[in-house]
Write a protein that binds this ligand. Structure first.
Ligand code: UFG
Length: 340
């Protein structure tokens, strides 16, 4: 099966979606973006257009609205979808579970329903290392067991993976790849697009950059009594441009008809564990800027360590993380400074 090189990017104005749209265009795909701007800005479209010198068709539509989404399928002739549109705040999902189940499940089911109805073939789903929970063995491979989710957010990732697996088994037209991301950080090297958290950031790097910029007084490092080399948590930080390119590799595999199974899963990480303290120190060093920080209590729900075995993606997708962590941290700071 060889399919066309046009792709719908849901959530395409978000952090990962916008960088992926750029890399898809660089790789020769034509891109349509659908996003309801619930956690992003329309100006991101201008940024993607500036970087790529292309006009991007943009549909301001909520993917939970089946009727409106059907209109998008009617108006555009893409054969593939990359589905990013989802809520992602772990803590908020604990206090508002129905908001997460409603949004994250319905939007994905709508995409799958319309792909079936319109005979569209390929879907890449944004999954997460969160599905591995507190893994018994590190690094985690795609064969590592999924652990019971510790948040509704994490549960939506597991449920969407299962929904995709079942649809690929049931519907001849549907082919799916789930990419399990580790910790995406950084920004486009042009500093034209990057991460735009609303309010107080939940994630480490936006909190670091805002602290360095003086927007936040100090960074709390959540726990220094973990069973890790320096007592702080270990994560696998993946550059956002590298991560975006993993989507291109996944889509190339699908559009070239190279999938061995109708549903495949890949870890997208570097394979390199980095501690929270190490990341903070490294950010300070490469950017020459202090990040006031102190150790506080552990954050509920954090696992001590998780990092990827990316061998499968390296070998099967021909994808590898290439960006140097120092460059990634420089890009994150350059982006933060561009917001001033
Ligand atoms: N951290 C701090 N202080 C902060 C923010 C984070 O010390 O202000 C620490 C956390 O305790 C953790 C590390 O930095 O040890 C990374 O935290 P993030 O919130 O940036 O990322 P998580 O690893 O918690 O979560 C990320 C994604 C989730 C995904 C999960 C999968 O944000 O969407 O990885 O492991 F589910």
């Amino acid at each position: 099966m060889k399919t066309n090189k046009s792709v719908l990017v849901s959530g395409g104005t978000g952090f990962i979606g916008s960088h992926t749209a750029v890399e898809l265009i660089n790789a020769g795909y034509s891109v349509v973006i659908v996003d309801n701007l619930s956690n992003s800005e329309a100006t991101v479209i201008d940024g993607i257009e500036r970087i790529t010198s292309q006009k991007i068709p943009f549909e301001n539509v909520d993917t939970c609205d089946l009727k409106a989404l059907r209109g998008v399928f009617e108006r555009h002739d893409f054969d593939s979808v990359i589905h990013f549109a989802a809520f992602k705040a772990v803590g908020e999902s604990v206090s508002e579970p129905l908001k997460y189940y409603q949004n994250n499940l319905v939007s994905f089911m709508n995409i799958l329903e319309l792909m079936k109805e319109f005979g569209r073939h390929n879907v890449v789903f944004s999954s997460s290392a969160t599905v591995y929970g507190d893994a018994d063995e590190l690094p985690v491979t795609e064969q590592s067991p999924r652990k019971p989710a510790t948040s509704p957010y994490g549960n939506t990732k597991q449920m969407c993976e299962d929904i995709l697996r079942d649809c690929c088994a049931a519907y001849p037209v549907t082919h799916g790849i789930a990419l399990r991301y580790f910790n995406p950080i950084g920004a486009h090297p042009t500093a034209i697009i990057g991460e735009l958290p609303r309010g107080v950031p939940n994630n480490l790097v936006p909190f670091i950059t805002q602290t360095a910029a003086g927007i936040r007084k100090e960074l709390s490092i959540f726990g220094n009594d973990y069973d890790t080399p320096d007592g702080t948590c270990l994560r696998d930080y993946i550059d956002i441009v590298d991560l975006a390119r993993a989507h291109v590799a996944a889509l190339d595999r699908m559009t070239d008809g190279k999938m061995q199974q109708k549903y495949e899963i890949f870890n997208v990480g570097t394979g390199r564990p980095v501690s929270v303290l190490e990341l903070v120190k490294r950010f300070e060093r490469v950017n020459g800027v202090p990040v006031p920080h102190r150790f506080t209590a552990r954050r509920e729900g954090d696992v001590p360590s998780v990092y990827a075995d990316p061998t499968l993606a390296n070998e099967v997708l021909g994808w590898k993380a290439t960006r140097d962590l120092d460059d990634t941290l420089r890009a994150a700071w350059k982006w933060q400074q561009s917001l001033a």
